[in-house]
Design a binder for this molecule. Sequence first.
Ligand code: ADP
Ligand code: MG
Length: 676
Amino acid sequence: MLRTELEISTFEDLLYHYPYRYSDRSQVSKIGSVNAQSDQVQLVGTLVNIFDDGEGKRKRLVATLYDDTGRIELIWFQGAQWMKKTLKEHERYIVYGRVSTFNGNINIAHPEIEPLNAETAVAGLQPVYPTTEKLRARGISNRSFAKLTQALFEKIGQGDIPEILPANIITQYKLCNRYNAIRWVHFPDSVEHEQVARYRLKWEELFASQLTIAQLRMKHHIQPGWKFEKVGDYFNDFYNKHLPFQLTNAQKRVLKEIRVDTATGKQMNRLVQGDVGSGKTIVAVMSMLLAMDNGFQACMMAPTEILAQQHFQSISKLLKPMNINVTLLTGSIKSKERKEILAGLADGSIAIAVGTHALIEESVQFKNLGLAVIDEQHRFGVGQRARLWSKNETAPHILVMTATPIPRTLAMTLYGDLDVSTIDELPPGRQEIKTVNRTDIHRARVMEFIRKEIDKGRQAYIVYPLIEESEKMDYESLMAGYEQVKIWFPEHKYRIAMVHGRQEAGERQRNMERFAKGEAQVLVATTVIEVGVDVPNASVMLIESAERFGLSQLHQLRGRVGRGAEQSYCILLTSNKLGLDTLRRINVVVSTNNGFKIAEEDLSMRGPGDLYGTRQSGEFKFKIADIVTDVAILEQTRNAALQLITEDPGLRNPQHMALRELILPKTRQSHWGKIS
Ligand code: ADP
Ligand code: MG
């Protein structure tokens, strides 16, 4: 249970399961003093009047907490059943939560609540641990963690948690020792020690990530690579005769950076960053022609079949007049055809391969792969990317294209090992996408509007949210939405296609194609269409429950329209009862088309974990550091890491042994016992 819910399986993991805040039992507010302006409050009172309120979707559990100065409502929308079973009327509780207003009354939704007893009444800083509804339902409370950890600390000593940072770093950055840091973060004896401990642990965590990155970067810069010595006929012919438009200055500049970089004899590892629609594809294509001019093959890898397909089509079209052999390789390509493709790649008769992960399977051998483009991916971790083509004796040049403009601090952790080129200019003549926020009440008018656009010959996307935590319900509302859409757009006149992740790849692809070819006018979809899909005739993007999306995600989705000559629209449909915070978020997307601005806002409002999945997935999981607010530490650790890696690239110095283990956690033999 602990393992599946929180990835805690050893006692060591338990040590690293840090509290995310402390409740200071000396800070208890009187209920009478709480008002709509109060933010987080801690209250002690007696619970009465526990009852179910509302019907169906609006059903919730309500209870009243009172003390000698007043009363306040506590509300649960989820897990109400279980709460109802555990809470007892006329008992005293200690409650912590955020005050909000509903129907003119103040209340606290989903408070942390514990019975007041000898244990919980202890004054001083009490750790509060991250946990899940499931664990709570099993009776594993915050207090259980505190007890377990406390018991563990009674058994171990300083020697069990040895220092791992070099002494000079400890001194230079004034860090406390590791044992104290971990002890104090769980059981601080003062606010000061708590902060000192946190600082040290954040430092260590960010340092580990920066060491990995510094090592990679170092490796890249000494890694021999193919030398693209000349610009030849492929590149020049395309540029002079077949380029369907003028390159923007930004595109020219980035191409030049790539040319310089690939001519040095060192391996290129470059990120091309550019907002949606800035024209990254053509930069990739021309880089591939450069590879061909120098006698090499090139490939382009996309994260999904749909995208690979699209890239294949647009690249084939661009290169058609030049008689270049372009091939598509994805997982759904079957054995006989696949065999031929593999043969073509191995003997060099195929110059350019476009595909998915299928491109990096063991069985795929290129004759001489000179350049690999990885499109639209914030999905590979730093290390994963480095391993992609490690089987080749000389690794190809790597070009990573990302549409998500990335704030600098995040770039330092996600792409710190890459050199960066930015396309900071959109092709001329683009019409600004008109973005509006409408609420459920306006649904009929919105649908009417979309119908009119379609009757003018356009196409529309209707996108539904889909998040892991509520996947089942989200699929249900997607299906319900699809039925609704069929009513608004009756079958005798309109064609509707639907794509989502539960369809099998072939079916999804067929539906996507129907839309791409214009056979269907409406595409009902989940965020599977988030990245890269290019259907220039689509001019309306309707996003259902827009408040549930991240800002960058909304921006990505919006980028699916505004690709043709027509005025395009993005409609953010939301509930009509939005909180102020949410309204503000939505307004950021309404008010600007600048992806970079949106990414910064998003990062500062939501935190990177939610945004890019850097907390949940990928290489670096930050338990305690926050790369938005801990910029200063991030800079320090980056400098320290660069310096250390310059002095001792392989971390061979015995003093650095522990660091080596720190950044290679998978090979580490743990001497800690497992928790059963
Ligand atoms: P993204 O950067 O989002 O991948 P694409 O490469 O798909 O953008 O380009 C978006 C659209 O803009 C494509 O239809 C492409 O043909 C067009 N485009 C790219 N560069 C230019 C340019 N310099 N001038 C005019 N249109 C361009
Ligand atoms: Mg693209």
